[in-house]
Design a binder for this molecule. Structure first.
Ligand code: SF4
Length: 485
């Protein structure tokens, strides 16, 4: 008989633990992503995942501690996990009580540009019947101020909204007076191509702290090809006005958006260089949406999701290298997803929320007084499909609009947590629901996710971001910084 016990006697005991609800999806090779209701995620090898679900995971394994800390399992050492999960879940959905924050006023459909990818089907410059009336503007203000949210953003869009600047002025003045009496705070944004910017307009913007959002598609040739206007000088006018706006309002009062056309796909680095050289702190690499002139002119179908993703990944890699060399620069779509991954805060970006952002994240008052559930909904309406029209500012009450069966049905059916495939998807906490996109492309609010470009695009981007963090310590630190901006 031996004086020593066998080696197996010294193996730590297999812990008794309970699994808490989680989902897992394949990441790459033998790796899987696990996520839970609290929005926590973890990457595990297949063997570790098997050990976890068959209750064979060793409690001295560092993975065990990680899984317990992130509420994937619970053992006798603590019983607080369910409470923490419910707290984090409540924080995640907190924004729902504070609706609707973004109110979009389409003050005119007129535009002096003729962009082939235009998603709002603009009208020529002199067609005054496409301007919003004073009466409709006032009624829209009253509806907007009924929102439970205390902080409201009014965004003026077009067409080119500066073509109806008089109405913008009167809405700002009227809304400020009414909001003050109700104790609400307003911020204003004008989404403009800047071609018609003048000193008088800038003076008004400075006086009323109005932010400016513009379009910059990339270097001169690309921008002017994408955004034709009389004189072929869209780029020149935009960069001249960027300097003017910054001088008048301050460097952080102006942001820019780009749209990816077929011509952009081979120029990811050049587009990013343009943004960096113009002093922007980041870029939002955006794909085309399937609405408006983008469909009529076939711009939308000019490239597929796979091609766009190659462009996106090339752009992200380039931005990572720029940061590695000491230049701070952000990609905003990635930053939004990362914020959802690493913080309890929901950035509230309409395309990446569930329940969807339609109506409760943003609402649109069209030039003719019609009310739409989102910007994309009115773009769909301009194509002859007004399924997401919720009413009219002059004839419908606040209650009619927000209890409209069209809105509630779309919100309920598209809720990702219970939608087919999203329900089982580990990426659901970082993704969203887009009933308008799916209605436009497949005729229902959910779509068939394996065929959905929205799903393919988001899943691929989320996987890409996680993989890059797994393989590169610098990228993990950089992405954590983006998440906490
Ligand atoms: S849309 Fe796709 S990626 Fe997003 S949660 Fe649903 S299944 Fe997952």
């Amino acid at each position: 008989m031996s004086h020593f016990q066998g080696i197996e006697s010294y193996h730590p005991a297999i812990a008794e633990y309970h699994l808490l609800p989680f989902r897992f999806s394949h990441l790459q090779h033998e790796q899987y992503v696990l996520s839970n209701l609290a929005g926590e995620y973890l990457v595990l090898d297949r063997d570790a995942l098997l050990d976890l679900v068959t209750h064979r995971l060793d409690q001295n394994n560092p993975i065990y501690t990680d899984l317990r800390a992130r509420h994937f399992l619970m053992d006798s050492s603590t019983s607080i996990a369910p409470t923490l999960i419910s707290l984090k879940l409540r924080t995640r959905y907190q924004r729902l009580a504070e609706f609707t924050t973004l109110h979009i006023f389409v003050v005119t459909l007129r535009c002096e540009h003729a962009c082939p990818y235009c998603q709002v089907s603009r009208q020529s410059e002199d067609t005054l019947s496409f301007d919003m009336s004073q009466e409709a503007g006032s009624a829209a203000i009253d509806l907007a101020l009924k929102s439970p949210a205390q902080l409201l953003k009014f965004e003026f869009q077009g067409g080119e909204p500066l073509l109806n600047f008089r109405l913008i002025q009167s809405i700002v003045l009227e809304a400020k007076g009414k909001a003050e009496r109700l104790g609400k705070q307003l911020t204003f944004v004008i989404a403009t191509n800047l071609a018609l910017m003048t000193k008088e307009i800038l003076d008004f913007c400075r006086e009323h702290s109005i932010l400016i959002s513009t379009s910059l598609d990339g270097p001169r040739e690309l921008h002017n090809t994408n955004r034709p206007r009389p004189g072929d000088d869209s780029y020149e006018r935009t960069v001249r006005a960027i300097a003017l706006v910054r001088g008048a309002l301050g460097p952080d009062r102006l942001s820019a958006l780009m749209t990816t056309t077929e011509a952009s796909l081979s120029q990811a680095k050049e587009i990013i260089d343009e943004y960096m050289s113009r002093g922007f702190p980041g870029i939002f690499l955006r794909a085309l949406s399937p609405y408006g002139f983008a469909i009529k002119t076939r711009s939308y179908r000019a490239y597929n999701t796979e091609r766009w993703l190659r462009f996106y990944k090339e752009g992200i890699e380039y931005i990572i290298e720029q940061n590695r060399q000491g230049r701070d620069f952000v990609e905003y779509y990635a930053a939004t997803i990362l914020k959802k991954m690493f913080t309890s805060e929901d950035p509230g970006y309409v395309d990446l929320t569930s329940p969807a952002g339609i109506g409760i994240g943003a609402i649109v008052y069209n030039y003719d007084g019609s009310i739409y559930a989102s910007d994309e909904s009115r773009m769909l309406a301009e194509m002859g499909n007004d399924h997401f029209k919720l009413g009219h500012v002059l004839t419908h009450s606040y209650k009619d609009i927000y209890t409209s069966p069209r809105l509630l049905e779309a919100l309920e059916e598209s809720f990702a947590y219970s939608a087919p495939m999203c329900h089982d998807c580990a990426f659901e906490p970082f993704c969203g629901a887009d009933p308008v996109f799916h209605y436009a492309t497949s005729g229902d609010y959910v779509g068939r996710k394996p065929e959905s470009e929205y799903c393919n695009r988001n899943m691929e981007i989320i996987k890409f971001l996680i993989c890059r963090m797994e393989e590169d310590r610098f990228v993990r630190q950089l992405f954590t910084k983006w998440a906490n901006r």
